[in-house]
Design a protein around this ligand. Sequence first.
Ligand code: ZN
Length: 104
Amino acid sequence: MTSETELNYYEELCRLKVQYKALREEYFLVSASSRFHDIEQADFCSDCNGSGYKLYGSTATWRGGIGGQAMTTSVCDKCWGSGSKSKPWPSWREYEALKKKVDK
Ligand SMILES: [Zn+2]
């Protein structure tokens, strides 16, 4: 006998699978056409090797400060996801500081 909760769970799982597949296809399309194409190997960010992501030693990631004791992958705090040394994307840290100021 399958309960309603299990059915809901299964439905959600199927929905996420479809979404994941679509996003993955989109990601490969976008990364092939623009991002990785635009970046010369010499311009790869030295912190993340051009991936835009890096592994942090705590769950605080780019925010720094106190975090849980777990290795966590998050956005690179040098290029902020662009993977390029010369063309970093806007800083998440600055955005967060700005947002805090605005929200006050
Ligand atoms: Zn980087």
